[in-house]
Design a protein around this ligand. Structure first.
Ligand code: PMP
Length: 359
């Protein structure tokens, strides 16, 4: 049977014949395992992006020589849509995510995309697969736009063809059983990114390179690696998929974006909130030694990570060459909790969106 095709938007929309939603256990959602019925796709060839379409989620054909498989020319984004009520779904800061997406594209030599197509694609997918948006507080529909080099080209140069897709996935509450402080370790064996490299882009290869150090950290009993700068192994940069913040007395200190740190959307939101609340806010380089000194003299109040997945993630423990910092592992600090509440209240439409963050 042919799939029904509608063309009520600027995209051709091919509807699925059979929804897979009955396969989803909405009470036990596993991150990134189930994908909604429809996906967006747009290809780039002959020097331009072609007609965008929405079609049933599913496998597609690739050839063994496809550029991305060999040279990793690929970028992605990660964002969320939140169920507010029957008529309202919020996408959190899509404009900023799209700006970062284009920035990543520029660095990876991938053609940029326009915001109108991006937001219309997201709206179309969300409308079509509305049933896939979990409704419980804390849950969301994860949105994953990505672009990869799709030319059959065994030459180490930029591809001439690209494929841009967006898939969506229902995700459960990150903190279903309460906040879960993480324990981190530095490493002097590996680095995540160098200034001038691709660390400040959301490039697929950045993640592949971090899996081994992350695996070793796990084996040693830590949740993640706390990355230090690649040159001097001195300055704190970020965590696996989170930026990091320190509350020292009443100053929020966040590592400055020096070129090797991913500019997180949550990071930026936390800084904006802290400024709005009248806190001292410093974006600057901070050494791991300074963090230990602040801990020793009692001025270090809180450490927490920030990212789309968890919003904030309290850090309960840090190991650096055998020296350790132990904070309250049971509950998040007051400031981290305040940030979490402020951001999630805006995301779920429980508070006024005074910064214009939701779409
Ligand atoms: N750093 C890295 C390396 C990440 O992958 C992420 C997740 N995108 C973050 C920081 C946090 O960014 P955001 O707040 O935009 O999710």
């Amino acid at each position: 049977m042919m799939n029904e095709i509608i063309s009520n938007t600027k995209f051709d929309v091919e509807l699925t014949n059979e929804s897979r939603i009955h396969e989803v256990d909405f009470d036990n959602l596993v991150f990134g395992r189930k994908f909604s019925d429809h996906m967006f796709e747009m290809t780039y060839e002959d020097g331009q992006w072609q007609q965008p379409k929405v079609k049933p989620y599913g496998a597609f054909e690739i050839t063994p020589a496809m550029n991305v498989l060999h040279y990793g020319q690929a970028v992605f984004e990660g964002m969320k849509a939140f169920y507010v009520d029957e008529d309202t779904v919020h996408i959190f800061r899509p404009k900023v995510h799209h700006e970062r997406f284009n920035r990543s594209c520029r660095r990876l030599c991938i053609p940029e995309t326009d915001y109108d197509t991006f937001i219309e694609a997201l709206e179309t997918l969300i409308k079509l697969d509305k049933q896939w948006i979990p409704q419980e507080s804390g849950t969301a529909l994860y949105l994953r736009p990505f672009i990869f080099a799709s030319d059959d080209l065994l030459a180490a140069r930029s591809s001439d063809k690209f494929t841009y897709q967006i898939i969506t996935s229902p995700v459960g509450a990150y903190y279903a059983e309460g906040f879960n402080p993480v324990s981190l370790t530095t490493t002097d064996e590996y680095v995540r990114a160098v200034s001038g490299g691709t660390g400040d882009s959301k490039a697929a290869g950045n993640y592949a390179g971090s899996f081994l150090p992350a695996k070793k950290a796990k084996e040693e009993g830590y949740t993640q690696v706390l990355w230090l700068d690649a040159k001097e192994h001195k300055y704190v940069e970020e965590v696996g998929t989170m930026n990091i913040h320190f509350l020292i007395d009443d100053t929020l200190v966040t590592p400055a974006l020096t070129g090797s740190i991913l500019p997180g959307v949550t990071r930026r939101s936390i800084i904006a909130l802290a400024e709005d609340w009248g806190l001292n806010v410093e974006e600057r380089r901070i050494t791991i030694d300074e963090v230990f000194e602040a801990h020793e003299d009692g001025s270090l109040k809180e450490i927490f990570g920030s990212g789309t997945a968890a919003v904030v993630s309290p850090v309960g423990f840090i190991n650096h060459k055998g020296r350790t910092i132990e904070l309250d592992r049971e509950k998040p600090g007051k400031f981290a909790k305040k940030c979490f509440d402020a951001i999630t209240d805006i995301q779920y439409g429980r508070a006024e969106d005074k910064f214009g963050w939701v779409h």
